[in-house]
Design a binder for this molecule. Structure first.
Ligand code: SAM
Length: 336
């Protein structure tokens, strides 16, 4: 029996924020003060242990979860992450384990990830100019990330997806350069609408660019032909640019064409809370359940409670003309 919510959506996808720590300080994740000073982080014992995470995933898989994505923060900075990932991919019934990473440690971990069975990676990269990457992330890391991308392509990861958050006046002059990558490389370049998330957001109606505008601007390079979506495309609408591209373009429109009616996700934040919508602050405290000597039935009940709480939609578009955000969590804690 598939796991369904109150609106008949099948819930089959669990995103785990392994840690709120990150080796970058991206401008949309931290506040201006934090970009130069101290970041508030969870204490070590506030994170779920690997044993606790594995236990939750085992229960969730028995209930109908088939796909897990590791995110954060930066998942690859958590100590001994590979032994956790190896144990995770061995869980019976879990056929699909993926990773979202900033790519800095991919060159180092690529082979081990591949051998463990994680062959689908999304890499975040918001600019192809090294100085601009440094401005956006606070770290001079472009070349390291690029080597990471090349190494996973050489290892045979598929699909490899490159996520660009499109921000007006910040990186939108690079739309065509990113689109061009899909013509020559076997990757899916994904353009993500900038969302107003958390206290730290630099989001404004002015920096926001809709998918329709992004597509119109890219069409000067050639036709965009819709491709049939496959299971790994998630909420992206996928196109091929021109006739001969080896890769594809994905467009993710959480604001302009939201996909709440198809949302199959549940999140486990790095603080051990279950969250059924990225943009809705309601959470169920699973860490408390895990640390109260409960049996697996209590974990199951917590997962069901979170699924029952899953809102029908996020109403983000209605907030477009208000400043601030109704989603107050930090993206790195929630798991982007
Ligand atoms: N460290 C990993 C990484 O960089 O991919 C995983 C965590 S990061 C928070 C996950 C994704 O969320 C990144 O692709 C990032 O660009 C995206 N993201 C963060 N804040 C965003 C926002 N306000 N709007 C749209 N995407 C956002």
């Amino acid at each position: 029996m598939p796991l369904t919510d109150l609106f008949s959506r099948t819930i089959s996808y669990l995103r785990l924020s392994l840690t709120d720590r990150c080796n970058l300080r991206c401008m949309y994740c931290v506040t201006e003060e934090e970009s130069t000073g101290c970041l508030t982080k969870l204490k070590h014992d506030e994170l779920l242990t690997y044993e606790e995470l594995l236990r939750v995933v085992r229960v969730a898989v028995a209930m109908g979860i088939t796909k897990v994505r590791l995110t954060g923060g930066e998942p690859l900075v958590r100590r001994d992450v590979m032994s956790f990932i190896r144990a995770l991919t061995r869980i019976e019934g879990l056929s699909d384990v993926r990773l979202t990473t900033n790519g800095i440690l991919l060159e180092r971990f690529g082979q081990e990830l591949f051998d463990a069975g994680v062959t689908k990676v999304n890499i975040s990269l918001d600019s192809l100019h090294p100085e601009r990457v440094e401005q956006i992330t606070g770290v001079n890391c472009f070349h390291q990330v690029w080597r990471g991308i090349e190494s996973v392509l050489a290892l045979g990861f598929t699909p490899v997806k490159l996520n660009m958050v499109v921000m007006r006046h910040i990186n939108d002059d690079e739309l065509l350069d990113f689109a061009r990558l899909s013509q020559n490389m076997s990757i899916q370049v994904r353009f993500i609408e900038f969302m107003p998330i958390g206290e730290s957001t630099r989001w404004s109606a002015d920096t926001f660019i809709s998918t329709d505008e992004i597509m119109d601007r890219i069409r000067v390079m050639g036709d965009l032909t819709p491709l049939r979506k496959d299971r790994s495309d998630g909420p992206a609408q996928v196109y091929r640019l021109g006739e001969k591209s080896v890769g594809s373009l994905g467009f993710i429109s959480p604001l302009s064409h939201h996909f709440c009616n198809r949302c199959n996700r549940l999140r486990l934040t790095s603080a051990g809370t279950l969250r059924s919508c990225l943009l809705h602050d309601a959470e169920v405290d699973l860490r408390k359940v895990l640390r109260s000597d409960s049996d697996d039935a209590a974990i199951r009940e917590a997962l069901l409670e979170a699924i029952r709480n899953k809102p029908q939609g996020h109403r983000l578009a209605e907030r477009m003309h208000r400043s601030g955000s109704d989603c107050h969590g930090r993206m790195s804690r929630i798991g982007g």
